[in-house]
Design a protein around this ligand. Structure first.
Ligand code: SAH
Length: 350
């Protein structure tokens, strides 16, 4: 059995809470600021490393709090330089994160939940049970650790972050937003919000909440089919979040934030690339300020889908472009190590 730490996680405290608690313990407010800096900007994983604090204060902190930081339990490097890591959480659970180096970008793909509750038919994570939400600190740590890998392996820091790993980020709303706040804050990692993209399977109410909260990061919707019947058959979440509701929520999001939406569309052979599908997609997308990312399908165990061929894909893409939509076709990365989109399922190399 893993030993479960029962002391409260100090990173769950806001700076104001930390100041209040330290004052209660007889310390000055500036000490709280120093600790906060260690916890976030300096990503300290233990109290002993907080060398500008007295030994007695470090002991006091140790006796009262824990730091539930992540560690890399396993890392695999793909032939295309993608690195997939298993991150071990304080309670022994594992989530996965991926470093994707391209010529222009160093992207970290991070997880928001242990497992996922949505069971999309084409996604490996969907076959896992959703065990729990990640804490803001656990979301943050994935970026810290992947950035370290980027520096150690390629000498280049992260430029972009995508919340496209395990889990549905909008079903862990508060922690995800808190994690992103820490990532973007000048007293955190100071990453520009424009360089962060949150991908959702589509929860209309929460998309509206993002809009009301005036977020500054990018939003992507995993669309994959633009008629309700077809989308219901591959993504059960669509049954309670129809395309019409999603469309309205996305337009609302754009009006509030002025951030264009990305629509993700997996190319499934003989399933969603026909002429009718293309027309449906044009109908859906033309009223939304958006661009479309067509994603290669990455085969997973026990799924009935196949990757589309070049001809089918080209015809589909050409139709969309002719109708004035902005379309990018995205090649998958890290396929040889099951690190590509939808393949994260805690499969190790053994
Ligand atoms: N729950 C969120 C984020 C995780 S999935 C969401 O659904 O958006 C990140 C992206 O990978 C989504 O667009 C998802 O639909 C896609 N994906 C899932 N399984 C895939 C597969 N087998 N091949 C290619 N992309 C996949």
């Amino acid at each position: 059995m893993e030993k479960v730490e029962i002391k409260p996680d100090i990173r769950q405290l806001s700076l104001d809470n930390l100041i209040a608690q330290l004052t209660d313990l007889g310390e000055k407010p500036f000490r709280a600021r120093q600790i906060y800096e260690w916890l976030w900007a300096k990503s300290a994983t233990d109290f002993d490393s907080m060398t500008n604090l007295s030994l007695s204060l470090r002991d006091l902190l140790k006796n009262n709090y824990s730091i539930r930081s992540l560690s890399v339990s396993e890392a695999q490097i793909s032939s295309d330089k993608t690195i997939k890591s298993g991150f071990k959480l304080f309670d022994g659970n594992i989530v996965e994160g991926v470093l994707i180096p391209t010529e222009k970008r160093m992207t970290a793909c991070i997880s928001s939940q242990v497992g996922c509750s949505l069971s999309c038919k084409f996604c490996a994570t969907g076959t896992l049970e959703r065990k729990r939400n990640l804490e803001a600190g656990e979301i943050y740590d994935q970026v810290v650790l992947i950035n370290r890998q980027a520096m150690e392996n390629y000498g280049i820091p992260l430029s972009n972050i995508v919340m496209m790993g395990m889990g549905e980020p909008l079903l862990n709303y508060a922690n995800v937003l808190k994690g992103i706040e820490r990532l973007t804050s000048p007293d955190g990692l100071n990453i520009a919000p424009k360089r962060i993209t949150l991908s959702t399977a589509g929860i209309a109410k929460m998309i509206r909440k993002l809009a009301d909260d005036q977020v500054r990061f990018n939003l992507a919707l995993s669309l994959h089919a633009a008629d309700d019947e077809k989308r219901n058959s591959i993504m059960a979440i669509n049954e309670t979040n129809s395309l019409e509701e999603l469309k309205e929520a996305l337009i609302y999001f754009y009006n509030q934030t002025e951030n264009k939406i990305t629509l993700e569309y997996i190319a499934f052979k003989n399933f969603n690339l026909g002429e009718e599908d293309a027309k449906n997609l044009v109908r859906f997308a033309s009223t939304i300020p958006c661009k479309i990312n067509i994603i290669e399908y990455n085969p997973i165990d026990n799924a009935k889908f196949k990757r589309a061929g070049v001809d089918e894909l080209d015809k589909f893409t050409a139709f969309l472009e002719k109708k004035g939509l902005i379309v990018n076709v995205r090649r998958s990365r890290g396929k040889d190590i099951d690190a590509a989109c939808g393949q994260l399922a805690n499969k190790s190399k053994k």
